[in-house]
Write a protein that binds this ligand. Structure first.
Ligand code: HEM
Length: 240
């Protein structure tokens, strides 16, 4: 049976990396490894920024204007199960936007916090705010986690419902990127267009260097080349 390509490789890598890194963020803070937590959280921030850029420049189902529709489309989908898009359905689109907003909130608030274990370094931008503002950001960082749990719960519940009610395996599609014609949400389904993994690599490379450099180099007055050299030595030590 004909297969329809629904998700490009960058979207799938982004999705599963995000899942892994959120788990790493929660684990590292639970074992009081604040440094590892800050780096893992920074990686989440890089992933989110990449996703926003990929939502502007990526292939069809990745693009915001392909899947974000007006409230009427979301209502029609909820009421009649009708959708014209093969990627995110109109209701799921709002969920994606909300999830990005909630995760941006979590990562950005984390950048301004201090290390209360006193064994690690404070977050890179902690000096940018006063102690009152920091304590508000800390509260948001603490309680926003429950919003993340709720959203993850709803997301997983939707996946299970799709499987039980419609017989569609969304997890498999997010792994392999394709679904067969009979699994498609819409009879008009066509494979994605504008699949440019090399562009994703360039965007990820740029965001993946510039964001960590800004946070852990630039704000400490370290030059880019020195920072790259130091980071490579650190990575080598970590891997070997
Ligand atoms: C999705 C990403 C993130 C998640 C899920 C997350 C989760 C958490 C949680 C659950 C706590 C414990 C809050 C409490 O006291 O109950 C925490 C604390 C903290 N997080 Fe994050 N965080 C994330 C991103 C970040 C980032 C990007 C940074 C900074 C680079 C950061 C820095 C911190 C710091 C400094 C603390 C306080 C540690 C302490 O109290 O000693 N977090 N985070």
């Amino acid at each position: 049976m004909k297969k329809i390509k629904v998700w490009d490789l960058p979207i799938r890598l982004f999705h599963w990396s995000l899942v892994v890194m959120i788990v790493v963020c929660i684990y590292t803070i639970n074992v009081d490894n604040v440094t590892a937590h800050q780096y893992a959280g920074t990686f989440v921030l890089v992933l989110l920024l990449f996703r926003v850029l990929w939502g502007l420049l990526g292939s069809t189902t990745a693009k915001f204007w392909d899947f974000v529709k007006g409230p009427m489309s979301a209502y029609q989908y909820l009421r009649y199960g009708i959708t014209k898009t093969e990627g995110h359905n109109p209701l799921g689109a709002y969920m994606v936007l909300l999830m990005l907003l909630v995760l941006f909130t979590q990562t950005i608030t984390g950048l301004f916090l201090t290390d209360n274990t006193y064994l690690h370094q404070d977050s890179p931008l902690y000096q940018w705010v006063g102690s009152d503002a920091r304590s508000v950001l800390k509260t948001i960082h603490q309680y926003n986690l429950y919003v993340i749990y709720t959203m993850v719960g709803l997301h997983v519940a939707a996946i299970v419902l799709y499987f039980l009610v419609k017989g569609q395996n969304l997890v498999k599609t997010m792994v392999v990127g394709t679904r067969t014609e009979d699994e498609c949400h819409t009879p008009f389904a066509t494979s994605i267009e504008g699949n440019r993994p090399w562009l994703a690599l360039i965007i990820f490379g740029l965001v993946g260097v510039l964001v960590p450099y800004f946070l852990y180099g630039y704000v400490k007055n370290i030059g880019l080349i020195t920072w790259i050299e130091n980071t490579l030595i650190w990575l080598k030590g970590l891997l070997l």
